[in-house]
Design a protein around this ligand. Structure first.
Ligand SMILES: Cc1cc2nc3c(=O)[nH]c(=O)nc-3n(C[C@H](O)[C@H](O)[C@H](O)COP(=O)(O)O)c2cc1C
Length: 376
């Protein structure tokens, strides 16, 4: 079923000329992805998102990836408590931009597939084929409790998601008036019009970290987001190769992306000092502990040394690799990730809109010189 539509590569995220795609991750949430108390942290408001999206579009940034977050983490800052719902957020931004791909992050168990398929098609028409789907199965029990929806066992979440995405792909195909009779999802005489824009379908991504999550991504998606190694580029290259080998074993191909947290300043010293200020001195440790607690990582459940390591990692970018330094250093790191086989990276900044211009002016030209990106 994957890539059944031959025109899918026309989707700009897949066909665009940038060998290393760059996206912004998490701007729909208050504080973005920086668990910090610094006053300049990201607001996540609509005016700031709109301003950012237009700037990113003009700078040639390839995609915007939101976080599907319903409850947030409290702490001193109310970390990620104010979040814009991602499909409506994407629709608004697609109306205001011209080139950039905008993802919606959709929790399969929380969105009825017929409603989700139509919402996404609407966004796709608004953006003339620039909507992308990040399919997530959910992990945060507090959020599910809030919905009154019982969280399934881990492997079963992906079995449900398989039916959900199969049903949605059918709705996006030319099939009409079909029944879907799954174990979980049962639909009768489905009619879903219009179809996605331009006779193709939205780019689909997933970021499952477990073997079952990765297998789901490889089977169903165009892009797989994985964690890079914090140890070495070689280790990252091995992880990329393993994901691609999984895809080949299933008779398909997949683009592999990763996640990063960038602190770019004029000098290495300045960047390191600011990074330390944000994620150590001014970290919102109460929120960090909430996030760890949800994953059952507490001083009671793991050895203290491991708890402190995870605490530091959570504040330093959670699943994203921290990239801290002057523009030359940042460019070198990104070039290294590209050489490791990655197709792209979704990055976050403490204040996306304040920091993007410097990144655009000082880092992107170096990636152009390295042949990884075209001028905007
Ligand atoms: C780039 C990226 C984006 C993600 N976005 C979300 C999200 O918005 N909402 C969410 O609940 N989980 C999100 N996740 C979590 C994953 O979908 C997945 O549940 C997690 O990596 C655990 O993997 P597993 O489901 O295979 O155990 C994201 C992960 C990554 C790396």
């Amino acid at each position: 079923m994957r890539n059944a539509n031959p025109s899918l590569p026309q989707r700009s995220l897949l066909a665009g000329g940038n060998a290393l795609k760059i996206g912004l991750f998490g701007a729909n949430c208050s504080s973005g992805r920086a668990v910090t108390k610094v006053p300049e942290r990201w607001s996540g408001t609509w005016p700031d998102n709109l301003r950012l999206a237009k700037m990113a579009d003009e700078a040639g940034i390839d995609f915007l990836l939101p976080i599907g977050r319903w409850k947030g983490y409290g702490g001193d800052t109310g970390y990620q408590e104010a979040t814009l719902e991602t499909v409506t957020w994407a629709t608004g931004l697609l109306a205001a931009t011209k080139r950039i791909t905008v993802f919606g992050t959709v929790h399969a168990p929380l969105f009825h597939p017929i409603i989700a398929a139509k919402q996404m098609v609407t966004a796709d028409h608004v953006g003339k084929g620039r909507f992308g789907l990040n399919i997530v199965v959910g992990w945060n029990e507090g959020e599910f409790e809030m919905f009154g929806v019982e969280q399934r066992a881990h492997a079963t979440r992906y079995e449900y998601a398989q039916e959900w995405i199969d049903a949605i792909k059918l709705m996006w195909s030319e099939r009409e008036d079909f029944d879907y009779d799954g174990r979980f999802i049962k639909l009768k005489n489905v009619r879903a019009k219009p179809k996605p824009y331009g006779g193709t379908r939205p780019v689909i991504m997933n970021a499952g970290a477990s073997p079952v999550g990765r297998a789901f991504a490889v089977r169903n998606c165009d892009a797989f987001f994985m964690q890079s190694s914090r140890v070495s580029v070689e280790e990252t290259a091995q992880r990329v190769a393993a994901a691609k080998a999984d895809a080949v074993a299933q008779g398909c191909a997949i683009d592999v992306f990763t996640v990063g947290v960038i602190t770019c300043r004029q000098t290495m010293k300045e960047a390191e000092e600011y990074h330390h200020h944000v994620v150590v001195d001014q970290a919102d440790w109460a929120a960090v502990d909430q996030m760890l607690g949800l994953r059952k990582i507490t001083p009671q459940t793991v050895p203290m040394e491991e708890f402190m390591r995870q605490r530091g990692q959570m504040a330093h970018g959670n699943s994203g690799v921290p990239i801290v330094g002057d523009p030359d250093h940042i460019a070198r790191q990104l070039i290294g990730l590209s050489r490791a086989g990655l197709t792209g990276i979704a990055v976050s900044l403490v204040n996306y809109a304040d920091e993007l211009p410097y990144f655009r002016d000082e880092v992107l030209p170096q990636l152009e010189k390295a042949g990884l990106r075209l001028p905007a």
